[in-house]
Design a protein around this ligand. Structure first.
Ligand code: HEC
Length: 211
């Protein structure tokens, strides 16, 4: 049985990531009519704004990944990655690295997009819910790989900094049915916030790259 923290589930829902967790074997799966499931989910969001309602509707990428239970063919993966890559906006000034101290705030903040948030609440990326980052931090999730020493282990290579920017902006541009939210494309994080969290991964001074 896989269990998720409510913080994590919220991040997934906010970012429009479909939760496709199977706790039973495929053969044991009860015959549930998908239309009934869609209707049930639709009924849960009756008192929210149209913008929120729209987030419960799967887009083409989520539909394919859900239908295939994330086991997409090579051609489907390529089509998804090309579509998702098209939504990535690179930093206009060509500079990928922001301020790692602000990046820590982005990585460690799971607030934003909650009904109870005051207007204007700055959303975080909640990276620590899924990743180890600084080896000194004791609280982190393990759904994603450890990112401790990320920049150091990659020799602070500019090509890999660019790749990581694209990954964070739209995780599915890199891995078709990734469970990681599409932070830039879903407008959860701004370009500046992505640059800051990228600096948290790639700045030589960042705690992520200290022993
Ligand atoms: C809901 C869980 C989740 C959250 C939240 C999340 N990630 Fe991820 N991330 C993953 C998973 C799972 C992978 C591995 C699969 C993949 O690459 O898509 C991953 C992969 C990555 C990778 C690529 C690692 C490699 O193999 O080189 C980077 C970089 C990354 N995440 C950064 C971030 C940052 C920065 C944040 C916060 C802004 C973040 N992630 C938030 C789940 C998450």
């Amino acid at each position: 049985m896989v269990s998720f923290s409510s913080k994590l589930i919220r991040t997934l829902l906010v970012c429009g990531i479909a939760l496709t967790v199977t706790s039973v074997d495929a053969q044991d799966r009860p015959p549930v009519d998908p239309a009934k499931v869609d209707a049930l989910i639709d009924g849960m969001f009756t008192r929210v704004s149209p913008e929120w309602r729209a987030r419960a509707v799967l887009d083409d990428t989520q539909r394919t990944c859900t239908d295939r239970r994330n086991q997409v063919s090579g051609a489907e993966a390529e089509a998804i990655q090309a579509r998702e890559r098209a939504s990535v906006v690179l930093p206009p000034d060509g500079n990928f690295l922001g301020d790692w101290r602000k990046g820590f705030q982005v990585a460690n903040n799971g607030r934003g997009f909650q009904f109870s948030d005051p207007a204007g609440t700055v959303a975080g990326g909640n990276c620590y819910a899924c990743h180890q980052m600084s080896p000194k931090e004791v609280s982190f999730g393990t759904l994603g790989p450890s990112l401790a020493g990320y920049g150091r282990e990659r020799n602070y290579d500019p090509e890999l900094i660019r790749d990581a920017y694209i990954k964070i902006f739209n995780a599915q541009a890199a891995v078709a049915c990734s469970n990681m939210p599409r932070f830039g494309s879903s407008k959860v994080l701004t370009i500046e916030q992505i640059k800051d969290v990228l600096a948290y991964l790639f700045d030589r001074q960042s705690p992520v790259n200290q022993p």
